[in-house]
Design a protein around this ligand. Structure first.
Ligand SMILES: Cc1cc2nc3c(=O)[nH]c(=O)nc-3n(C[C@H](O)[C@H](O)[C@H](O)COP(=O)(O)O)c2cc1C
Length: 247
């Protein structure tokens, strides 16, 4: 096994950080690694906004649902899907802009953000730093857009706390490989695998050192997807001229 694979396979999210800044050179390395990552048609449909100011991080922590780790982390990055530069390119070239009417733009932008976010996580972990992604950035998206002065065609997708870990949490067990990896065709016989995972997951939740609780994986997932998790996503998409919002 090489060091990259070792880093990837050791991943876990960190939600507690030491009172210690992240070296600017390390942050530069992380951003350079992200900029080297693959993206759709080299359009680079993402932007990252770094927030380090303690008062602004405090505000963002509240907006994200009182997630204290945002305040604690010395650096909070906000990853956005971004077609604003595309809109400038279209204007420069006198071409029509078909972002708002093509739902595929949402897939393109969010895929680019996902790759950028994952790359930043691995780059940070390779430097001995800890991270946790923050979907909570979509909880009060209108306020986030205003605070970060996001132009039209830019939407916040995920935050990322980066800092020096102050804890050493256990790795969260993943689904059995056969539930996510298929050969030649999709395996529809998933229920027994999910049941097997439920018992593993319940055991993990009960025995972990921090935030131990009771429940199964299927219970959590079913609960999360039983209703819209964040309100106002439609409005955010409409306001920022993205496709997918209710007209
Ligand atoms: C896009 C995205 C958004 C997330 N949002 C949050 C969040 O708002 N708060 C949080 O504590 N963890 C958040 N997480 C972390 C996940 O809960 C975590 O990655 C998952 O439970 C697996 O645990 P692990 O990363 O420790 O392996 C997010 C992860 C991703 C990829």
């Amino acid at each position: 096994m090489n060091e990259v694979i070792e880093t990837l396979k050791s991943h876990r999210s960190f939600r507690s950080y030491k009172d210690e800044t992240v070296d600017e050179r390390q942050l530069d390395e992380i951003i350079e690694a992200v900029q080297a990552s693959p993206n759709w048609a080299n359009g680079q449909q993402y932007s990252i906004i770094a927030v380090k100011d303690p008062d602004r991080k405090k505000k963002l922590a509240e907006m994200c649902g009182n997630q204290k780790h945002i305040e604690e982390a010395p650096v909070f990055l906000i990853f956005c899907a971004d077609f604003y530069r595309t809109s400038i390119a279209s204007e420069m070239e006198g071409q029509p802009l078909n972002i708002s009417d093509d739902i595929d733009s949402l897939i393109v932008g969010t895929t680019d953000v996902g790759i950028a976010l994952g790359t930043a996580v691995t780059a940070a972990e390779s430097l001995g730093l800890g991270t946790v992604a923050i979907g909570g950035i979509r909880r009060k998206s209108a306020e986030v857009i205003e605070m970060l002065e996001l132009p039209e065609y830019v939407i916040p997708i995920s935050g990322l706390c980066i800092g020096h870990p102050a804890e050493d949490p256990e790795q969260k067990p993943r689904l059995p490989r056969a539930a996510v990896y298929h050969e030649e065709h999709y395996n529809h016989e998933l229920k027994p695998l999910l049941e097997k995972y439920n018992s593993m997951y319940t055991q993990y939740l009960q025995s972990r050192s921090d935030n131990n609780r009771i429940g199964t994986w299927t219970e959590f997932v079913a609960m999360f997807f039983s209703r819209p998790y964040y309100q106002g996503i439609d409005e955010m998409l409409n306001r920022q001229k993205f496709p997918g919002g209710k007209k």
